[in-house]
Design a protein around this ligand. Structure first.
Ligand SMILES: [Zn+2]
Ligand SMILES: [Zn+2]
Length: 244
């Protein structure tokens, strides 16, 4: 332990942590990934949102107003909520985490997510947390599942167990960036399967992913879970893409 701490300290002297936004050196660095000025630029999801998918309405419609996407597309989750707007600084941090394999950035984001108060998520209502799985090929390539790291932080904070054995990704899909909703939908169709149905029957589940883009991935997962007997699926993501 002492050695690993000493190495960490040496590492910090030689390569002091820098703000992911502007590269300013961070003092003190513990648990920080942005300087104060950059932190102030980061926007949380606030204001009037769709009660189902959590998109932010530009104006203030009547309470309970459901967005067009949710009216047009069947959603199998009861609500989806996110912490951050998916904008440059958060996008860069998530990319550092996922593609730069920077687990400590991931853990900082995860602990912020775990401590975030989602106004209409009552954690004691849920008995299981399930991360959106990666295909085994992708898992080997990346070395970790970013959603599992987020789920672990929620597990620790809210004392709800994580189960990553229930939902499996059986279809390898290429990256979905840039594809539209229909392309994503057909790409993701039948990509998941549920195992050990008896572990989830009748339960309320929190499904965790890093980014909510169009919602087709989490909706496909929720569909499989609901078909396997889950009572209610609520989706929590670190960030959410919002229409311009
Ligand atoms: Zn900065
Ligand atoms: Zn909606």
């Amino acid at each position: 332990m002492i050695f690993s701490k000493a190495f960490k300290d040496i590492g910090e002297v030689m390569f002091p942590p820098q703000c992911l936004g502007c590269a300013e050196i961070l003092y003190p660095s513990a648990g920080q990934i942005f300087c104060q000025a950059c932190s102030n630029e980061i926007r949380l999801i606030t204001g009037r949102i769709c009660p189902v998918c959590g998109t932010v309405f530009p104006d203030s419609p009547a309470p309970g107003h459901v967005c067009g996407d949710c009216l047009e597309n069947k959603t199998y989750f009861s609500r989806a909520r996110a912490v951050f707007r998916y904008e440059t600084l958060i996008l860069n941090a998530i990319h550092q985490f996922k593609y730069g394999r920077n687990i400590s950035v991931g853990e900082t984001l995860a602990s912020f997510m775990a401590g975030f108060s989602f106004s209409d998520i009552d954690f004691p209502d849920y008995s299981l947390i399930i991360p959106v799985p990666l295909h085994i090929k992708r898992l080997r390539e990346r070395g970790f599942n970013q959603s599992l790291i987020l789920a672990r932080a929620l597990e620790k904070k809210h004392r709800i167990p994580v189960d990553f054995s229930v939902l499996k990704r059986k279809k390898f899909t290429t990256t979905q960036a840039g594809s539209n909703r229909n392309e994503r939908k057909s790409n993701i169709k039948n990509a998941f399967e549920v195992r050990n149905c008896k572990n989830i029957a009748g339960k309320n589940i929190i499904l965790v992913d890093d980014v909510y883009t169009t919602g087709v991935t989490v909706n496909e997962c929720a569909k499989m879970l609901v078909m396997a007997g889950v009572q209610k699926v609520s989706v929590l993501t670190l960030a959410r893409v919002l229409p311009n």
